[in-house]
Each structure stands twice: as structure tokens, then as C-alpha cells.
Design a binder for this molecule. Structure first.
Ligand code: E4P
Length: 212
């Protein structure tokens, strides 16, 4: 499983990039709005740092608008992936993008049949939202298993991005259950690195070294 960072913040993206673990970036309108930056400019900056897939979401709700926006976004850099919401209109847009070889990430996926439809429409990636499902008393991780089973059974090459990731267990379980990618906030990357025994071990090695 690969790691993407779920952020539109350049400092955070740079920090994750420097760790050498980053294969891509996902943004969404809320993350971009939080930054207050010009969307297109920010995407240029992000794509100049990260060479893997950088997801940029369309705002239109009609297929025609999504297609116009997505084509413009795809012009910014060759590694832009157009993020499209899981709706009837979104599926139409995905079909067109797929015919034009523009990569797509179908977002706001909350069921395995939504994922299957997105894959059949030609999506490059689907993003099941784990945390938001957990929030309403469902099991987000079970959705990863279901989608993975269906995609394997039917030889679909759409990649699964575990999204709305809130903690390390979401990451390890997503990897076990067949997600190709987890898109995670920087705070979760920090949590993943940490282990109390690692910290204690370093302290002990250093104090033994000092007292030699
Ligand atoms: C993924 O592409 C989304 O941007 C993101 O993971 C949403 O996460 P949230 O539920 O924490 O907003």
C-alpha cells in the first residue's frame, strides 16, 4: 500500500515529501478553502514538488461543468487526477475523462456498489471515506474489504484509496484489507512513526553511550 497526503498545505506536503514515503496528494474543496490560496496556483506548487498523482476536485454538480473544469485542471500538470463526486453526473464526467485519458478519483464513496459503478465508468481511483462511515456507526474498514473483494473477483484495475483516515489502525487495517493507497493527514503520518519502545530504546542507547 502506498501513502498519499490529504492536504493542500505546502509546508505539510513538503514535510511528508522529505520523508520519502509520499506517492501522491489528495485535496478537496474544504482543504483548499482552509488555505485561502489561489486553487490553480496552489496546484502548480504542489505538482512541482510531488510527481505522483495529485487529486484536484471539481466544484460543478452537472457533468458538462465537471468536464470543463476537469479538462482545465488536467492542463495544469500531467500528474493531476480529477476528483469527481460519486453522483450520476459524476459518472458521466468520469466516462468522458476516461475516454480522454484523464485520470479520475471518484470521491465520497460510502458503499461497494458505488465503487463498482465508478470502476465500470472508468475511474482510475475510488475513495471510500472510512472516518465518516465510522462517525455514523458503520464500519469503514469493512467497506475496504468489500470493495477489494469485488475488484479482485471481477479483475477491475481501479485503485482503492482509503480516505477520511483518522488514526493508525485505519492505516494498518486498510493495508491488510487490500487498499492500494491510504491518503492521510500529516498528523496521522506523525502517529504512524511513533512507538514508545522506539523512544525508550533511543534514550537507553544514548545514555549507555554517554556512560561508557
Ligand atoms: C479524501 O480524498 C478526502 O479529502 C478526505 O480524506 C476527507 O477526510 P475527512 O472526512 O477527514 O474530511
Amino acid at each position: 500500500m502506498k501513502f498519499f497526503i490529504d492536504s493542500a498545505n505546502l509546508e505539510q506536503i513538503n514535510e511528508a515529501h522529505e520523508l520519502g514515503v509520499l506517492s501522491g496528494v489528495t485535496t478537496n474543496p474544504s482543504l483548499v478553502a482552509k488555505e485561502g490560496a489561489d486553487f490553480q496556483e496552489r496546484l502548480k506548487e504542489i505538482t512541482s514538488v510531488v510527481k505522483g498523482s495529485v487529486s484536484a476536485e471539481v466544484i460543478s454538480t452537472e457533468a458538462a461543468g465537471m468536464i470543463t473544469e476537469g479538462r482545465e485542471l488536467a492542463e495544469i500538470a500531467p500528474n493531476i487526477t480529477v476528483k469527481v463526486p460519486m453522483t450520476l453526473e459524476g459518472l458521466k464526467a468520469v466516462k468522458t475523462f476516461s475516454e480522454e485519458n484523464i485520470k479520475t478519483n471518484v470521491t465520497l464513496v460510502f458503499s461497494s456498489v458505488q465503487a463498482l459503478l465508478a470502476a465500470r465508468a472508468g475511474a482510475s481511483y475510488v475513495s471510500p471515506f472510512l472516518g465518516r462511515l465510522d462517525d455514523i456507526g458503520h464500519n469503514g474498514l469493512d467497506l475496504i474489504s468489500e470493495i477489494s473483494e469485488i475488484f479482485n473477483e471481477h479483475s477491475l484495475d481501479t485503485q482503492i484509496i482509503a480516505a477520511s483516515v483518522r488514526h493508525p489502525l485505519h492505516v494498518s487495517e486498510s493495508a491488510r484489507r487490500g487498499a492500494h493507497i491510504a491518503t492521510v493527514p500529516l498528523s496521522v503520518i506523525h502517529q504512524l512513526v511513533k512507538h514508545p519502545l522506539t523512544d525508550q530504546g533511543i534514550e537507553k542507547f544514548l545514555s549507555d553511550w554517554e556512560n561508557r
